[in-house]
Design a protein around this ligand. Structure first.
Ligand SMILES: Cc1ncc(COP(=O)(O)O)c(C=O)c1O
Length: 365
């Protein structure tokens, strides 16, 4: 049994082969089609395909106008990409505390971290469980801040009836190798506002308006870059893989829910374990199945001896030197960091694997 899984469908291989054989591999009709499919199939708003989730965060911060010295509020419970994307703009990541029972950023802690330099908030949907987006967007509105959801774990998550990717000003998605839908590496930035969408599309490719910059008689496109643009677009080869994999996503997400549902029923009340506190008004995309576990190292060792890989995913990031070291005031983060551990939840698991996970946990450690 593997802890994580990379899923590549037959269709993805077929479409990727067609792109390779066509001789046209850069951004083109497949990258456009992947955007259309994300919109139609998942209800995402204005998805702009990119070469990674990190690029999606970086580009969102650029389009939001983040400048050196600006402050951006983020949780420490995330992958280092979230904080580094802020620092790539020479801006300052300010760490807010999380909720102990969800690992998501706590709105009351966000309020305490706002200063006159704050410009944006990046809530991270830990393991695919949506943050308190109404509260966070209300705080952002009150203080004129941009909300950039880091939804790297949360493709297919739903918050109060709306898909993640259709709620806040920006949503960053990742299609990295072990995500729900992979393009090998890739990402997308969803933009609620048309103006942000226009600029995200330009700035992902050198700030050139690709759709409108037509070649002159000389053969070269005529364009005028007015902003700093980057090179972080998605190419047709990776987009083709994404399209092929996306077709299977609904059934794969359903399977993740089935597995997680079995875990939640069977492991509720098991001594030494607390399940995360998920509310009925939102649906977790279950990229991870994280639990809070007493004597975590013994737990990991015991499960390993029974053939089950359990693992910690992403320790708090603020303690990296680049961010200046552990923030002592984040008490929930400190507790979560001591107790969190995840068990496998992915499409490579058989029903027997799921039973083995449950039995292995119930046997104790
Ligand atoms: C929370 C979070 N944000 C951002 C990223 C970065 O995504 P990518 O690897 O596609 O750049 C990851 C990657 O795993 C992540 O877990």
């Amino acid at each position: 049994m593997n802890f994580v899984d990379t899923y590549i469908s037959r269709k993805a291989i077929e479409l990727a082969t067609a792109v390779l054989e066509s001789g046209y591999v850069t951004a083109g009709k497949y990258a456009d089609k992947f955007e259309e499919e994300l919109e139609i199939r998942l209800g995402l708003i204005n998805p702009v395909t990119l070469n990674s989730g990190t690029s999606a965060l970086y580009l969102a911060l650029a389009v939001a106008g983040i400048k050196p010295g600006d402050e951006v509020i983020i949780p420490p419970q995330t992958f280092i990409a979230t904080g580094l994307a802020v620092m790539m703009h020479y801006a300052v990541p300010v760490f807010a505390d999380i909720q102990y029972d969800t690992a998501n950023i706590a709105p009351d802690s966000i309020r305490k971290k706002i200063t006159e330099k704050t410009r944006a908030i990046i809530p991270v949907h830990w393991g695919g469980y949506p943050c308190d987006l109404d509260e966070i967007n209300a705080i952002a509105k009150e203080h004129g801040l941009a909300v950039i959801e880091d939804a790297a774990h949360a493709l297919g998550a739903v918050y109060k009836g709306r898909p993640v990717g259709a709620i806040s000003r920006f949503t960053a998605l990742s299609f990295q190798a072990i995500k729900h839908v992979t393009t090998v590496d890739g990402g997308a930035l969803c933009c609620l506002n048309e103006d942000d969408y226009y600029h995200a599309k330009r700035r992902r490719w050198f700030d050139i308006d690709r759709e409108n910059a037509k070649p002159s008689v000389l053969g070269e496109r005529e364009y005028d870059a007015t902003d700093v643009g980057y090179k972080c677009h998605m190419n047709d080869l990776t987009a083709a893989i994404g399209i092929g994999n996306l077709y299977d996503f609904p059934s794969m997400l359903k399977r993740r829910h089935e597995i997680a549902g079995r875990y939640r029923t069977a492991l509720k009340g098991v001594s030494g374990i607390s399940l995360l506190g998920y509310k009925d008004d939102r649906t977790c995309a279950y990229w991870l199945f994280t639990m809070l576990v007493e004597r975590r190292e013994d737990f990991i060792r015991a499960l390993k001896s029974r053939g089950v890989p359990a693992s910690v995913v992403h320790l708090r990031i603020d303690n990296n030197s680049v961010f200046g070291g552990t923030r002592p005031d984040l008490v929930n983060q400190a507790r979560f960091d001591e107790n969190q551990v995840s068990v496998p939840v992915h499409n490579g698991l058989t029903d027997e694997d799921v039973s083995l996970v449950i039995e292995s946990v119930k046997k104790g450690w």
